[in-house]
Write a protein that binds this ligand. Structure first.
Ligand code: SF4
Length: 350
């Protein structure tokens, strides 16, 4: 079995262990209200703000909105946390988002409902192997996706999110710089096709987006003839090729608002439906079909690591066990360089 296959099996097992052991508390309305008011009180007392990703549970997104926090993609989460005056950031998402917040705001306390929430892209790009890959290709500009560890970011020239990946690739191509791209092969492939950039690829993938199937989408479009397919570029090429719009989570939400269609097929994590329905209540959203052999129904279109963020774990975030993100100072200084490059580039180009 190759190293990549072994890693994939390890990831699948980790996901399954989480799903098997995930005894999510089912709250009744009274319990839910009590948890929500406790979190609101704690956020105020602790001078904290809640920064949540679009893929988290609807009640967490609602809480972030109601308490003056933000619900966003990883680029906007990073920007919001950096600019906000609160001394504590509570990041509801996966670990690399907490690490990014800590790197950008080293003086702030960064807490997460769980430190175990990771990402298959992060797991699939260990620093030792990645460093060797970079060392073997010193002529290439190293561009890494935000979904990576602090150590991998520290090794990179650029960090990108899916919101600005195309623009950065165009920019580097204009400068005649060949790219070493990691870790998402589908996003990298999409960027290469769209920009013609010279890209050498790391072979990582998101276990959620990789499960979308073009065949199932084709069948769905046959039934809903006027539906537009909005796809995240972490999806396989066969899905991206038939999409009516390709973009990051925030770009998908914008497209749903702007396009005249009444029905949309969505190829990204189902968590996004909360914002889609809130912002476009008159439109209908269908999740793109998955038919993965390795994934369970719950892992398809529903990131198991994002699902680890729950109301109960949010109420525990200020008590024990301490859920604070710590990043080695030296590493953070190095990782700060490509992260700030991304934020500055994004600010100039939007
Ligand atoms: S949805 Fe995919 S890319 Fe996003 S955190 Fe989960 S595994 Fe990572």
């Amino acid at each position: 079995m190759s190293i990549a296959s072994e890693r994939l099996v390890e990831i699948r097992n980790q996901v399954q262990r989480h799903l098997d052991g995930n005894q999510s508390p089912k709250y009744n309305q009274i319990q839910k209200r009590s948890l929500v008011s406790r979190i609101k009180r704690q956020l105020k007392q602790e001078d904290a703000v809640l920064v949540a990703h679009y893929y988290t549970e609807p009640e967490i997104q609602a809480l972030a909105d109601e308490t003056g926090g933000c619900v966003a993609d990883s680029l906007e989460m990073a920007r919001f946390g950096k600019d906000h005056s609160a001394s504590t950031l509570v990041v509801a998402g996966v670990r690399f988002m907490g690490e990014t917040a800590k790197i950008l705001t080293p003086k702030k306390r960064v807490l997460m409902p769980t430190l175990e929430a990771t990402c298959s892209l992060d797991i699939g790009c260990p620093i030792d192997e990645f460093s060797q890959f970079c060392d073997s290709n010193p002529e290439r500009t190293v561009v890494v996706y935000a979904n990576t560890s602090a150590a991998v970011k520290a090794r990179a020239d650029w960090v990108v999110t899916s919101s600005i990946a195309l623009e950065v690739a165009h920019h580097l191509t204009d400068l005649d710089q060949p790219i070493l791209w990691a870790p998402d092969k589908h996003l990298g492939d999409y960027v290469r096709r769209e920009t013609g950039a010279d890209i050498l690829m790391w072979e990582g993938a998101c276990i959620v987006h990789e499960e979308f199937k073009a065949r199932g989408i084709h069948d769905l479009k046959h039934i809903y003839k006027d539906a537009a397919l909005l796809a995240h570029p972490e999806s396989p090429a066969s899905v991206v090729e038939v999409a009516d719009f390709i973009g990051s989570t925030s770009q998908i939400i914008q497209a749903a608002k702007d396009l005249p269609n009444q029905i949309f097929i969505i190829a990204t994590d189902q968590g996004i439906f909360y914002k889609l329905k809130e912002l476009c209540p008159e439109k209908e959203f269908l999740i793109a079909p998955t038919a993965g052999t390795g994934a369970t129904c719950r892992s398809c279109a529903n990131c198991p690591w994002m699902a680890m963020n729950e109301l109960q774990s949010l109420t525990d975030v200020f008590s024990e066990p301490v859920q604070e993100i710590v990043v080695d100072e030296g590493l953070a200084k190095k990782a700060m360089i490509p992260l700030e490059r991304m934020l500055n580039f994004s600010a100039k180009n939007h």
